[in-house]
Design a protein. Structure first.
Length: 289
């Protein structure tokens, strides 16, 4: 199929882009990598009258670590560029690993980090990594600029806190603790597929007691948004992340996760898979602490 006809424009400033998105006379959509939007256009699941290409806005192409040690990724930064960046790989390896699991190289070389986050497929890797890494999102619109935390940003399947007349301009990732370990595990039918279920884990080791000081555990493919389970984290904190602690955390995950049945897997299959991945991810994260 082919898309319906539309107009195309490539503004050079964020202000111009926001003004175009706020035009009440016609529906506008943002395009950067187009890895989700273009297939939707071709299948006529989306029929915007205007495409606003943000890739020619210089400030949205910035990828840097600021003076406070936070990683800032502009809305036009490609996934492959972020995953290959030395600062990202050293300071936020979970993010680089999550990007590496997205589709295939062709997808990652065109798709943008913020595009995947704004699209928000709940089976996608980046929303889950963002919640696990306690990211924040900078959103600009006609009413000004605001910042939203990751756990409030993802509202429902394919829905985020970004309004129709707003633009996600930047994703911000705070620095991780000194003695931390991480892991990202997912279950897929084939390499490059969306995850049937997956989990991102960050553990912080207390070097004085050799126990877990803090934990963040977030699942993808287990609900309409990334699912963080504080009860699982509580089962790990203060332990040596050994066999008994991991078994307790897995039991909590089995009891608390409520994924849906669909054509890809049953809810029970997803629960069992999530619990297995949790044990594996926590083991790996603890070894990396």
């Amino acid at each position: 199929m082919k898309p319906t006809s539309f107009d195309y424009t490539a503004p050079s400033t964020v202000g111009e882009a926001v003004a175009l998105l706020g035009d009440e006379e016609r529906e506008a959509k943002v395009v950067a990598g187009g890895q989700s939007l273009i297939p939707m256009l071709n299948m006529r699941l989306a029929r915007p009258e205007l495409l606003v290409d943000i890739t020619r806005i210089p400030e949205l192409g910035r990828l840097h670590v600021d003076g406070s040690g936070e990683l800032r990724i502009g809305a036009a930064v490609r996934q492959a560029r972020a995953a290959a960046d030395g600062a990202v790989r050293e300071g936020w390896p979970l993010l680089a690993a999550a990007i590496g699991r997205i589709g295939h190289p062709q997808i990652r070389h065109r798709g943008t980090v913020c595009g995947s986050l704004a699209h928000h497929d709940p089976a996608a890797e980046l929303p889950t990594a963002a919640v696990c890494l306690d990211a924040r999102f900078v959103i600009t619109g006609p009413r000004g600029t605001r910042t939203v935390g990751a756990e409030d940003f993802f509202v429902a399947t394919f829905s985020t806190a970004v309004e129709a007349d707003e633009l996600l301009t930047e994703a911000v990732f705070p620095p991780l603790p000194a003695h931390h370990g991480w892991a990202f595990e997912e279950l897929t039918r084939r390499h490059g597929d969306f995850a049937t279920v997956g989990v991102a884990v960050v553990l912080e080791r207390d070097t004085a007691t050799d126990t877990a000081r803090s934990a963040r555990v977030v699942f993808c493919g287990a609900g309409p948004v990334p699912v963080r389970l504080p009860a699982v984290e509580d089962a790990l904190v203060g332990t040596d992340v050994g066999e008994h602690a991991l078994a307790a955390a897995a039991r909590v995950a089995l009891a608390r996760l409520t994924p849906a049945d669909d054509v890809h897997a049953t809810a029970e299959y997803r629960r069992e898979g999530a619990a297995h991945l949790l044990v594996r991810a926590c083991t790996t994260a603890w070894e990396r602490c």
